[in-house]
Ligand binder design. Structure first.
Ligand code: PRT
Ligand code: ZN
Length: 294
């Protein structure tokens, strides 16, 4: 058995580019070319299995892959649609490919809330998640499974409403539809099974997830540098969002001023900068952080 860690990722589609970008930020060097099923990472013992997103949870569950990157929507759907469930769970949320699975209908039609769904037909590519929602909410409606172009279903009288993924909302709007309920919020997730890795694979996994966590943390983190009078440092430290004790450096020449530097792990907004200025901070710089290893 190979001691290379195998990660199933979407070959082509909405998730693919961001999944590759995330792995590259983790320092993995690889190139995706041609129609190959496997891409070998050059500098780390990892192989990428390039597949359709719907297959990723079952590849992880059966051991064809050690890890997978897929939409939470796909994981939840595949688990619900597999008799007896599936040995695949979320290991980490990855923060990209955010979308919502929504119920939507004609913006001027008779269906304006989930109460109006009783006795109607709902078109979807997510019969598992929709079925669970209907059951839990005790709504008797028929789900009509489609493979795509769900947003067209109401206009061609296949169903009165739809249950589909929404990100910007432009597709719904272009089809005269409006979302009236969100039944699942989704983002890309790292998927794992409960099987134990060999010590070699565990080692590769530990290193990889440490880097993923670093990439996730640095995405929102900023490095703040500013000058301030010594007696304003305590007030300024209070305002810095999500930072540990800042580094205080005396400034040559002017004995009253110090330089304050800190890593902020939460978003730094213009409001925060204005608050810092009001507390006495000057020459405030906010810098992006590329990598972080705790
Ligand atoms: O070929 P393969 O099976 O691998 O890909 P696929 O065609 O099944 O999936 P793909 O590439 O379209 O999407 C992959 C994953 O991206 C999904 O499972 C979600 O987790 C995530 N994602 C994020 C989205 C969207 N946003 C999204 N907007 N997936 C699909 N959409 C579609 C939606 O179905 C609708 O048709 O985009 C349209 C709506 O977009 P807006 O921006 O107009 O609202
Ligand atoms: Zn798919």
């Amino acid at each position: 058995m190979s001691d290379r860690l195998r990660i199933a990722v979407q070959k082509k589609g909405r998730l693919a580019e961001d999944s590759f970008a995330m792995l590259k930020k983790c320092g993995l060097r690889f190139s995706i070319r041609g129609g190959g099923l496997l891409a070998r990472v050059k500098n780390v013992p990892v192989d990428l299995l390039l597949v359709r997103d719907d297959d990723i949870p079952s590849f992880v569950a059966t051991g064809a892959a050690d890890l997978g990157i897929a939409g939470e929507n796909v994981l939840v759907e595949e688990v619900l649609m597999t008799a007896g469930g599936m040995d695949a769970v979320i290991d980490r949320r990855l923060g990209f490919s955010r979308c919502k699975l929504c119920l939507a209908a004609d913006s001027n039609g008779p269906i304006q809330s989930s109460k109006d769904l009783e006795g109607t037909k709902i078109a979807t590519t997510y019969p598992g998640v929709l079925g669970k929602y209907l059951k839990e909410n005790n709504i008797k409606a028929t789900s009509v499974e489609m493979k795509g172009a769900v947003e067209l279903a109401p206009s061609i009288n296949i169903a009165e409403s739809i249950c589909d993924l929404v990100s910007s909302g432009a597709t719904l709007e272009a089809n005269g539809l409006a979302a009236f309920e969100t039944i699942l919020e989704s983002e890309a997730v790292l998927i794992k099974s409960s099987r134990k890795f060999s010590p070699e694979k565990q080692d590769i996994y530990d290193k990889l997830v440490r880097r993923i966590d670093g990439v996730l943390r640095s995405a929102d983190s900023k490095y703040i540098m500013l000058n301030a009078p010594k007696d304003a440092v305590a007030a300024i430290s209070e305002i810095l969002p999500g930072s540990d004790a800042p580094t205080i450096i005396p400034l040559g020449g002017d004995s009253d001023l110090v330089a304050v530097q800190a890593v902020c792990t939460e978003n730094v907004f213009w409001d925060t900068l204005e608050d810092l200025k009001a507390a006495g901070a000057r020459s405030i710089l906010v810098l992006p952080i590329e990598k972080m290893l705790g």
